[in-house]
Design a protein around this ligand. Structure first.
Ligand code: FAD
Length: 460
């Protein structure tokens, strides 16, 4: 029988089908650090036609396929847990169109989020979804995970910005979903369904996103709070008073202390927690809005309000915020970042419970995240050997308690990182057996042989 990988090499060119152990190493892992799963091959696709060839051949030969963008996912979505081949869209980096008149951009899936932002801004336009990984994550991955970011509070997540896409199913059939108009309700909204499907329905080869005019005025400040509970109260007060910042972030003391040494923006020593607020709108109105919003934080106990003076200052502040996750990773032998969401009124209670869980399980905790949306990245950290069964049991118990706490408070398991393999076993804690079963039926509709990104989202 002909080796299917040989066939692929012949069809696409040998250089595009990687087989050696060294070449496959990067495709065996991702940023989740949930393990190393070497695939049998990695295929570097450069066009929709090539994706069709790969998915046709893979279906014929019953080879599992794992789509992959930049590998920055936090839940193991791009890990080829059942072997087979990794289909990488990292080379599909073309920004096909930026239309100011139609307020859209059309991109290939390998386009890096920050490159789309820059291309839109060069035309005076704005693409809002801004994951903290924006410098290196790809649009294909953003769409598959329905990525969020700080600006989701005002502007929503990737699904809210995705108008249409071209997807290829296992077997090689291609569908064009959605539209390029701002509005449209023709038929079922399959675009919305495919966004967030974690690469289990089809492989995206083109994405149409909406753009808006770039807000001209931006005002950014941090409120230095005595503790995380006061910070949670400040977040609630800002929203209650009718402000709609584009970002409303929270960092607890542990998160601040980890990033302090690297921070190009100096976080005050007495910070028990920080609320980072960014407003946008009319340039003339910004200064007054920042002052008023800052005084809401002072009413909730802010010790200091520090305003970014200019764009460079603002960029330093965001750079520091984006360094939190990598700093936690560098500082500890083991880190796992959770991504729970709680109703906004329960933020302070969730923060209290996270600390309690850390103390009970003798693990370090650091929490930061998109507090305006109730989306908290609770990081479980340890310098002990996490493979030691006793330590592993405490980590597992802590994660379970974090999820239980979030669900008890009326929350959800994931705000933006998806389920992947990391949270598959907890799905049944949140959703009924019937709801899970309907999702599995949907999956089988697009992929009856269950070959596309198998082993993800659902346990077993
Ligand atoms: C430091 C750091 C900060 C982060 N901050 C955020 C944040 O603020 N917000 C946030 O939402 N996420 C964040 N993430 C997580 C991650 O960056 C996002 O999930 C991102 O969307 C993944 O994109 P990627 O290109 O790296 O995808 P990958 O990791 O390669 O893949 C992710 C999923 O997408 C699927 N996929 C990829 N390309 C395609 C395609 N063309 N067609 C179909 N499926 C595809 C894969 O199969 C997989 O299931 C962060 C990660 C890191 C490391």
């Amino acid at each position: 029988m002909v080796d299917p990988y040989e066939l692929l090499s012949r069809e696409l060119g040998a250089g595009r089908v990687l087989r050696s152990v060294e070449a496959l190493e990067p495709y065996a892992q991702d940023e989740s650090r949930l393990g190393v799963f070497p695939p049998d091959a990695a295929v570097l696709c450069e066009s929709r036609a090539e994706i069709e060839i790969v998915l046709r051949l893979a279906a014929e030969h019953r080879i599992p396929v794992t789509p992959r963008g930049a590998g920055s996912g936090m839940t193991g979505g791009a890990l080829p847990v059942r072997g087979g081949l990794v289909l990488s869209t990292e080379r599909m980096k073309r920004i096909v169109e930026v239309s100011v008149d139609d307020r859209i951009a059309v991109v290939e899936p390998g386009v890096i989020n920050a490159d789309l932002q820059a291309a839109a801004e060069a035309e005076g336009m704005f693409y809002a979804p801004d994951p903290a990984s924006l410098a290196f994550c790809s649009m294909g991955g953003n769409v598959a995970e329905n990525a969020g970011g700080p600006r989701a509070f005002k502007y929503g997540v990737t699904r809210d910005w995705t108008l249409g896409m071209t997807v290829t199913l296992m077997g090689g059939e291609t569908m064009k979903l959605g539209r390029r108009t701002p509005k449209g309700v023709t038929g079922y909204d399959l675009t919305a369904l495919f966004v967030g499907s974690e690469g289990t329905f089809g492989v995206t080869s083109e994405i149409t996103v909406k753009l808006i005019g770039r807000p001209e005025g931006v005002g950014t400040f941090i409120a230095v709070m005595p503790d995380a509970v006061a910070a949670g109260r400040a977040v609630s007060a800002i929203i209650r008073k009718g402000y709609r910042p584009r970002a409303l972030e929270l960092l607890d003391r542990a998160a601040i202390d980890h990033v302090r040494a690297k921070a190009s923006f100096a976080f005050p020593a007495q910070a028990g927690a920080i609320v980072l607020v960014e407003l946008d709108g009319e340039p003339d109105a910004m200064e007054a809005a920042v002052l008023r919003c800052g005084s809401v934080c002072e009413d909730e106990g802010a010790r200091e309000v520090i305003v970014a003076r200019d764009d460079a200052d603002r960029e330093r502040l965001w750079k520091t915020r984006r360094l939190v996750s990598p700093s936690l990773r560098e500082a500890h032998a083991y880190k796992i970042s959770e991504d729970i969401v709680v109703p906004p009124g329960s933020i302070a209670e969730m923060l209290r419970r996270a600390d309690e869980i850390g103390a009970r399980q003798r693990l370090l905790m650091a929490t930061f995240g998109h507090a305006g949306d109730g989306n908290l990245h609770v990081n479980v950290l340890t310098d002990e050997n996490h493979r030691d069964p006793e330590v592993a049991a405490r980590i597992k118990a802590a994660l379970g308690e974090i999820f239980r706490a979030a669900l008890d408070l009326g929350g959800t398991l994931s705000g933006e990182h998806g389920i992947g393999i990391a949270k598959a076993r907890y799905m049944a804690w949140e959703q009924s057996a019937e709801v899970i079963d309907w999702q599995k039926r949907l999956k089988r509709l697009w992929d009856p042989q269950e070959l596309l990104n198998p082993g993800k989202i659902f346990a077993g």
